[in-house]
Design a protein around this ligand. Structure first.
Ligand SMILES: *Cc1c(COP(=O)(O)O)cnc(C)c1O
Length: 393
């Protein structure tokens, strides 16, 4: 994995395993089991499976392994374990590491299911969790103690696109020996160098940009070989959260174009965010690539891009936001992100509906807020669609 390849070469070639037929495209090994030449071979493989020896697809599969090797090379980690969904990756990274009595510090602004794991599941097993405002390093400093085992945050939070300073939090966490686990979905592996900036473990929902066409649920845990194979893998393979080979094959195809897609989507997002900011029916635009974003400098230093998502407030609250959504003809009303198709989401009534009103206010999830995942369509067509819908709002 130290071939000195640039990202786009890695994304096309890394990890490929060819069968005796020399197929050009990555093969889908749609098999859960593997036949042994002899009883002795079976016995030996159960004692220790070598790199290209497989036992059962829940433990590993050649197509899944190609995906793991390719994404580990992209991320710059020693290894990776592919999971059935992004949430299997988040749950696996945390639960495999933590034990009763451990302390975790987490950012408060989290994807709903991540919040459920940190607020509900971990507590049931005796793990103490302290929540902080992720963008405020002073709060991390006060919350982290010598007993803190891990810190967890989304490097760019959903849906209001607040950044967490990875380097800053990692320094605080590493001073007490805590493991830094970063959910890097919104930043994408293209724009973020989370491991270089101090993350120990990086998790993705590969459902998003990595699949890129909204086809398959998946996730991945990236880290050292020690963490991935000795901590995460035993937990994942025995509790059933492994990725299916068919999903791994779809994601391998997604990775081949990931760099091109993310850059094209971010270019369109920057153009759209600039236009939205000047629009009279838009009360506020939150896009890390705009100089008006409170963490613009951090975004440029940490990601070198504003990313592919925009959050903006339609003036006139929920009714205006709904009129806007219902008038869209290209952008779809849905709740995935990172898709080739542009997606508009109304967080207050969908993804974040269950949050109590005071928490919605605290997180900036106002009734007029729209989260826009910019897709691969022509940016001019998208702008025309958004402008016409704003006129209807
Ligand atoms: C979507 C998402 C997840 C969960 O991923 P699934 O693949 O839906 O399980 C976790 N974190 C973030 C930031 C997400 O956007």
């Amino acid at each position: 994995m130290t071939k000195n390849w640039k990202t786009r070469t890695t994304l096309v070639h890394e990890g490929i395993r060819r069968s005796q037929y020399g197929e050009m495209a990555e093969a889908i090994f749609l098999t859960q089991g593997f036949a042994y030449d002899s009883a002795e071979q079976a016995e030996a493989r159960f004692i220790k499976a070598e790199a290209d020896e497989f036992i059962y697809a829940r433990y590993g599969n050649p197509t899944t392994r190609m995906f793991e090797d390719r994404i580990a090379a992209l991320e710059g980690t020693e290894d990776a374990f592919a999971t059935a969904s992004g949430m299997a990756a988040v749950n696996g990274a945390l639960t495999s590491l933590l034990r009763a009595g451990d302390h975790v510090v987490s950012a408060r602004a989290l994807f709903g299911s991540c919040l459920y794991i940190l607020e509900d599941v971990l507590g049931r097993f005796g793990v103490k969790v302290t929540f902080v405002d992720g963008h405020d390093l002073d709060q991390w400093r006060k919350a982290v103690t010598p007993g803190t085992k891990a810190v967890f945050f989304e490097s760019v939070s959903n849906p209001t696109l607040t950044l967490v300073d990875i380097r800053g939090v990692a320094e605080i966490a590493h001073a007490v020996g805590a493991t830094v686990i970063v959910d890097n979905v919104f930043a994408t592996p293209i724009f973020s160098r989370a491991v270089e900036q101090g993350a120990d473990v990086v998790v993705y929902s590969t459902t998003k940009h990595i699949d890129g066409q909204g086809r398959a649920l998946g996730g991945v845990i990236c880290g050292t070989t020690e963490f991935v194979r000795k901590v995460a893998e035993p937990y994942m393979k025995h509790t059933g959260g492994s990725m299916s080979p068919l999903t791994a094959w779809l994601h391998l195809n997604g990775l081949a174009t990931l760099d091109l897609r993310c850059r094209a989507m971010a270019d369109s997002a920057a153009r759209i965010a600039t236009a939205l900011e000047a629009h009279p029916k838009v009360a506020k635009v939150l896009y890390p690539g705009l100089p008006s974003h409170p963490q613009h400098d951090l975004a440029m230093a940490q990601m070198g891009s504003g990313g592919t998502l925009i959050a903006f407030e339609v003036a006139g609250g929920k009714d205006a936001a709904f009129r806007f959504l219902n008038a869209l003809t290209i952008a779809c009303i849905s709740n995935n992100l990172g898709d080739a198709k542009t997606i508009a989401t109304h967080p207050a009534t969908t993804t974040h509906q269950r949050l109590p009103d005071d928490q919605k206010v605290a997180l900036g999830i106002s009734p007029g807020l729209i989260r826009l995942s910019v897709g691969l369509e022509d940016a001019g067509d998208l702008l025309a669609d958004l402008t016409a819908a704003l006129a209807a709002a």
